[in-house]
Design a protein around this ligand. Structure first.
Ligand SMILES: NC(=O)c1ccc[n+]([C@@H]2O[C@H](COP(=O)([O-])OP(=O)(O)OC[C@H]3O[C@@H](n4cnc5c(N)ncnc54)[C@H](OP(=O)(O)O)[C@@H]3O)[C@@H](O)[C@H]2O)c1
Length: 324
């Protein structure tokens, strides 16, 4: 089977498409014929050795997939060959076949396309746990979402609305803001032409936002610290801008705010029951039409490097998917 993988850490262009032996499912695993693998910003980090997980070489990126079960490993029950599932291989997902743990596999809901199924768990799961489980976002509160047209950002806009908040989207272009508004954002701030802190204050009668969702970091995080209301919550989601912010504890104390970190992946091992409940809620919202996953671009396996580069270059809107 073919797989996109690297033999030395580097840029996405180091990926090579190789023919390798199909993997054999071990205890608790499923072998799946991959129909779609979603691109995550983290793919670019893991390739460069900058991610928390540092797999042994050679390996391929590709953390979440949709596909049909080919074979069940030992000690697996409740699944059958041919079934369509969403799965979390963690790595080696840009391939014709991949291994997933049966514990993380979920049957694809009726009517959900391969592209949407593959790109559903991480982006929606992250925003749902962050806004609900962590920040306890309440109806009527004001939520600011940075990078609002990106993979996780767009899901935060939709989930913010589903939880009853007023949502202010920030993005670097008017085109991206239009996408965030089409997915429910009430207002938009162009982070290239407008001052984030000034505009957030203006849109909240000088008080600031109750909750700020930040997958960007750097100066965007610093602006958030100054545009958060008394008892507000800032969610640290990621550092797509490349700079990890340092938190001044005096501002946290003086403004009575909470800085909340959220790493979705850790919930797979630490609190799987929280993840399962979150996933059930998200599927219900999907079936009710409350959230509308957006896949803007589909690439072939041969073009996996271009797909990851597209996300790194800040060109992606919603999710980007590779179809082997
Ligand atoms: N904590 C978790 O569990 C978790 C889960 C998933 C993702 N993440 C993290 O969240 C971040 C976003 O992930 P994603 O998959 O949503 O990526 P994405 O689709 O590329 O979105 C990132 C957004 O960040 C903004 N951005 C600002 N400066 C950027 C730069 N120099 N390069 C690229 N983007 C930049 C872009 O919006 P504008 O152009 O509008 O500014 C872009 O839309 C990443 O750091 C990722 O690792 C964390």
């Amino acid at each position: 089977m073919r797989i996109a993988r690297i033999h030395a850490l580097g840029e996405p262009e180091s990926l090579v498409i190789e023919d390798v032996e199909a993997p054999v499912p071990g205890p608790g695993q499923l072998l799946v014929e991959v129909s779609a693998c979603a691109v995550n910003f983290a793919d670019s980090l893991i390739l460069q050795g900058k991610y928390q997980a540092k797999p042994e070489l050679p390996f391929g990126p590709g953390a979440e997939i949709c596909g049909r079960i080919i074979e069940l490993g030992p000690e697996v029950s409740g699944f059958e060959a041919g079934q369509r599932v969403i799965g979390l291989p963690g790595i080696n997902g840009y391939a014709e076949q991949a291994l997933i743990s049966a514990a993380s596999a979920v049957p694809v809901p009726e009517g959900m396309s391969d592209e949407i199924a593959a790109s559903f768990p991480i982006a929606y799961g992250t925003s749902h746990l962050a806004l609900g489980h962590k920040a306890h976002l309440k109806p009527g509160e004001t939520l600011v979402v940075h990078g609002a047209a990106g993979g996780v950002g767009l899901t935060a806009v939709e989930i913010g609305k589903a939880l009853g908040a007023r949502v202010i989207a920030t993005a670097s272009t008017d085109e991206k803001l239009a996408i965030a508004k089409a997915h429910g954002a009430d207002e938009g701030i162009n982070s290239t032409t407008e001052d984030l802190r000034v505009r957030i204050k203006e849109l909240t009668n000088g008080r600031g936002a109750n909750v700020i969702y930040d997958p960007v970091g750097g100066e965007v995080f610093n602006a958030s610290l100054r545009a958060i209301d008394f008892e507000g919550r800032i969610l640290v989601i990621g550092f797509a801008g490349g700079t990890i912010p340092h938190i001044p504890a005096n501002i946290v104390m003086v403004k009575n705010i909470d800085i909340l970190g959220l790493n979705w992946g850790s919930y797979q091992t630490q609190r799987p029951e929280v993840l399962r409940a979150s996933f059930r809620q998200l599927i219900d919202w999907y079936l009710e039409g409350k959230i509308k996953p957006y896949v803007s671009k589909v690439f072939s396996l041969e073009d996996t490097a271009q797909a990851i580069r597209h996300v790194m270059d800040r060109k992606a809107e919603g999710k980007v998917v590779v179809k082997p």
